[in-house]
Ligand binder design. Structure first.
Ligand code: DON
Length: 305
């Protein structure tokens, strides 16, 4: 299928909503990102790339990185060990909520809320001394782009105002659900969120999830077919936080969002699609990005259903 024409139509149709969202202002560095950006890229399993707008501009991937660290943590700990420490149900609460963690005795509802992602970091750190480099290498290899890097200013900016995340990490520690130092876990978490990537890198970095665990670049089986299925299921039910029902209803694809305004979604056996527009809705998902993905599945007639 030639997706180029469809991406161009989508770009034109979402233009009026691009500036209606609100940039994430609780991280000072993200508050400075211009609101009028929009990019979208499609990478197909048969090797074709299509893109539109600011698809090659780098931005902060934020929580999208939680899909990458979930894959790494699963590789390190195995499914049974991981599921003792983090659940697999939608939270129905904002991604940085504290209350649920207390009710549920320090076991985060799922790996994509902030507390769940901190447990993933803890697992990676327990298995790999230089966890930050392990995460970087993994993301570079998955995207087939060795130039991807962290944005140290974004990480420092988030750290300077990250009191809520510090509270979550301390909470986890108090329940015995962090093996490593709170400070170390937080530093790695802020670094992974600061990864700077563009829509093309991001679409490519999810290819193993669309390709039943197999890397199209190296030909290696990175995770099993069953693990890819499970991660996609988690994205469908938990990947866009308390707006996950609305996202699944409108888009019909598993997807992972970040407060930098990026969203990656995929159709197993077919393609990955990444979109970026920094204006967010009230749940912290890209406003124009969600609409663009809804238009994508509507116009192509392709979703997982
Ligand atoms: O911890 C935070 O609040 C951010 N570094 C990431 C949050 C995020 O991207 C949630 N996504 N929609």
């Amino acid at each position: 299928m030639d997706y180029q024409q469809i991406l161009e139509e989508i770009h034109t149709e979402v233009k009026p909503v691009i500036t209606q969202g609100k940039v994430a202002d609780y991280i000072p560095k993200l508050a400075a990102v211009p609101l009028n950006k929009f990019g979208m890229a499609v990478q197909t399993l048969d090797g074709k790339l299509f893109s539109v707008g600011d698809a090659d501009e780098y931005f902060s991937i934020q929580s999208i990185s939680k899909a990458h660290t979930l894959i790494l943590a699963l590789q390190f700990a195995g499914e049974n060990n991981l599921l003792k420490r983090v659940g697999r149900e939608p939270s129905g609460n904002p991604f940085n909520s504290l209350v649920q963690l207390e009710y549920e005795n320090g076991i985060p509802r799922n790996p994509f809320i902030n507390a769940g992602a901190m447990v993933l970091v803890d697992i990676i750190l327990s298995h790999s001394k230089d966890a930050v480099q392990t995460i970087l290498k993994f993301v570079r290899d998955r995207s087939n782009n060795q130039n991807i890097d962290f944005d140290k200013e974004v990480a420092a900016s988030e750290k300077s105002t990250g009191f809520r995340n510090a509270a979550l990490a301390n909470f986890l520690k108090s329940y015995g659900n962090l093996e490593n130092d709170v400070e170390d876990v937080l530093d790695i978490y802020f670094s992974q969120c600061s990864l700077s990537m563009n829509c093309i890198d991001l679409a490519r970095s999810f290819m193993i999830l669309a390709n039943h665990g197999l890397s199209p670049w190296s030909g290696k089986q990175i995770i099993s077919k069953s693990q890819a299925k499970r991660i996609n299921s988690l994205m469908l039910t938990c990947g866009t936080y308390d707006a996950v029902g609305d996202f699944a209803y409108r888009v019909g694809l598993p997807g992972k969002s970040g407060v930098g305004g990026g969203i990656v979604a995929l159709i197993p056996g077919r393609l990955c699609v990444a979109v970026w527009s920094p204006g967010l809705n009230s749940s912290g998902n890209s406003l124009a990005g969600t609409q663009a993905l809804e238009l994508f599945t509507t116009k192509t007639g392709k979703s997982i259903f």
